[in-house]
Design a protein around this ligand. Structure first.
Ligand code: ARG
Length: 557
């Protein structure tokens, strides 16, 4: 609407930039749906504001889509013709369908987004779920905005945590077949940590394993490392199925180790890095980013150097135009050091190598079981939410077991993803499962519930319905406005990597729909035809919003 009004103001002869800055939505609807203030432009034209508004209105009195446009003192008040607008909005949604809201901002550029990144041989915990939910949502947003998206995963598969796992496995579980089961892997790792506490002999054995892994000469050991790694990655498949995520590319730290070493050595030659007490470092103190160590004294390639090689690979081999890495905020400093180093290296795309950090996820004390000490395993977390969703469903209807299970999982995932996404990334989440799973309030299940309710209205209707001459009520107007806003919300959310913008929008939309539903009869009403179109449009837009949140919709709850 604002664009439309700006176009009218241009037609009336205004040439100023930023005209939309002076367009407001009046608090009192008797002043119109939109109001343009003439103070600023009158000043420029040497008129008084009332003269300016009168002169504008003399040129745009009768315009399509407006009931009336009138001058009142320093204001031009626009009264929208709700039926014309309604027709326009509904047609756009009916025509756009699952593409309603898309745009071409991305210009088909290649966007590589790296997220989730659990390390092999270790647990997947709730923090990973926040990152995975965010990454998938931002990936879908970019697809919606005309980018070609590559989803990448990147796992640590070398170093001490692997050595510990292998130590524990070979010593205490040798006769067990390696399972592709995530909690089995996690259990062995946790057991290793416990058994190594104050255990000097064990520590020495782990160090020896680590050295042997590094040398890559002990065939049997390398075989065990590789086969267990494969199983460990396979064990994530059910998790990613739950979360509806598929990766196009999986990078491993071990694959960029050599390239990382080479880059570090070149940086020394170029005078960007130097050897300090045997280690290879970059001094970023001038930039207030401390010392960044690339290679240890014994030549081990560190996380830092591997990330330099990874950046190179993403741009040279995968030809990414833009890249985003999502991790916990604990790595913020690391990524600032990385970007600075890429800049010093004159890496062409350093500016488009972006990082987004998210805060931690905690649980209210004692509310959820945890088998790994401080970290809450995905498996436990998921099962508790599924059980809670089941209880809610069982209260409402008797369902066959298979259907019950399917719905409970969809609701559980909606609950976790929505809670993860609605919060801004820089805020800690205290995850309370009872809050998250509620069917009412600011929750994922509430969105599903509103959608399912609308779908059931559509199922009950018997065709197009009557459509007498009718006026559009205020509740309908609000709903139409919300539906119309969606494309703008999408574009803004994408620029700022802001999935929470979509979450807030979806919640508002659901509320608006429910208010409309309570105050306007649909089936059997005088304007059933129009209202059915409105309900259908709501379903479509809610479905598109849920898609951007990575949440599957349910036809029935
Ligand atoms: N696997 C790493 C970890 O668990 C996160 C990887 C982040 N990505 C990167 N390019 N460094 O800490």
């Amino acid at each position: 609407m604002k664009k439309k009004i700006v176009a009218l103001l241009r037609k009336a002869g205004l040439t100023n930039k930023d005209l939309d800055k002076y367009i407001q939505i009046p608090k009192d609807p008797s002043h119109g749906d939109y109001s343009f203030t003439t103070f600023a432009i009158a000043k420029e034209q040497g008129l008084n504001p009332a003269e300016a508004s009168y002169s504008i209105v003399s040129k745009i009195k009768h315009e399509e889509g407006f009931e009336k446009i009138i001058a009142v003192g320093p204001y031009v008040n626009f009264f929208v013709d709700a039926r014309a607008i309604a027709e326009e909005v509904l047609k756009k949604i009916e025509f756009g369908k699952d593409k309603y809201g898309i745009n071409k901002d991305g210009n088909r550029k290649k966007f590589m987004i790296e997220f989730s990144q659990p390390n092999t041989h270790k647990a997947v915990h709730v923090g990973h779920i926040r990152g995975t939910s965010l990454g998938e949502s931002i990936a879908r947003l970019h697809e919606f905005c005309g980018y070609r998206v590559i989803r990448a995963n990147y796992s640590g598969d070398t170093g001490m945590h692997i050595a510990k796992w292998i130590w524990c496995y070979t010593k205490f579980h040798k006769n067990e077949k390696i399972k592709n089961e995530e909690s089995w892997f996690a259990k062995i790792y946790v057991e290793a940590v416990q058994k190594l506490e104050g255990n000097e002999k064990g520590e020495a054995e782990v160090l020896a394993i680590n050295r042997k892994l590094d040398e890559r000469k002990d065939k049997k050991l390398i075989e065990l490392w590789k086969s267990s790694r494969l199983k460990s990655v396979a064990a994530w498949k059910p998790i990613y199925d739950d979360l509806d995520v598929k990766f196009d590319k999986h990078f491993f730290e071990s694959n960029v180790e050599n390239a990382g070493r080479k880059i570090a050595q070149e940086l020394v030659k170029k005078g960007i890095a130097r050897i300090d007490d045997g280690a290879t470092i970059i001094d970023l103190k001038k930039e207030d980013l401390g010392i960044w160590v690339l290679l240890r004294r014994d030549g081990t390639v560190l996380y830092s150097a591997k990330d330099l090689a990874l950046a190179n690979e993403k741009f040279s081999k995968y030809k990414a135009d833009e890249s985003l890495i999502i991790t916990s905020v604990e790595q913020n400093l690391h990524f600032r050091q990385l970007r600075k180093t890429l800049e010093l290296m004159k890496f062409k795309k350093w500016h488009d190598y972006k990082h987004l950090g998210f805060e931690s996820v905690r649980l209210p004390e004692g509310k959820m079981s945890s088998r790994t000490g401080n970290n809450i395993l995905y498996a436990d977390f998921r099962n508790e939410l599924v059980d809670a969703a089941r209880l809610e469903l069982e209260k409402r209807a008797q369902l066959p077991e298979k259907e019950l299970r399917k719905r409970a999982l969809t609701i559980a995932v909606a609950a976790m993803k929505y809670t993860m996404l609605k919060q801004d990334t820089n805020k800690v989440i205290i995850f309370n499962k009872y809050d998250a799973i509620r069917f009412e309030g600011d929750t994922g299940p509430y969105l599903l519930y509103s959608y399912a309710r609308a779908r059931s209205v559509l199922r009950k209707s018997k065709g197009a319905g009557k459509n007498k001459d009718f006026a559009i009520s205020s509740k309908e107007k609000v709903l139409l406005n919300d539906l119309a806003r969606f494309p703008e919300i999408v574009a803004n959310a994408n620029v700022n990597f802001n999935a929470s913008g979509i979450a807030h929008y979806a919640y508002t939309l659901a509320q608006t729909f429910n208010e409309f539903y309570h105050s306007c009869q649909v089936i059997g009403s005088e304007c059933e035809g129009f209202r059915l179109r409105l309900v259908k449009a709501f379903c479509q837009v809610m479905q598109n919003a849920l898609h951007l949140l990575g949440i599957r919709a349910l036809e029935e709850m």
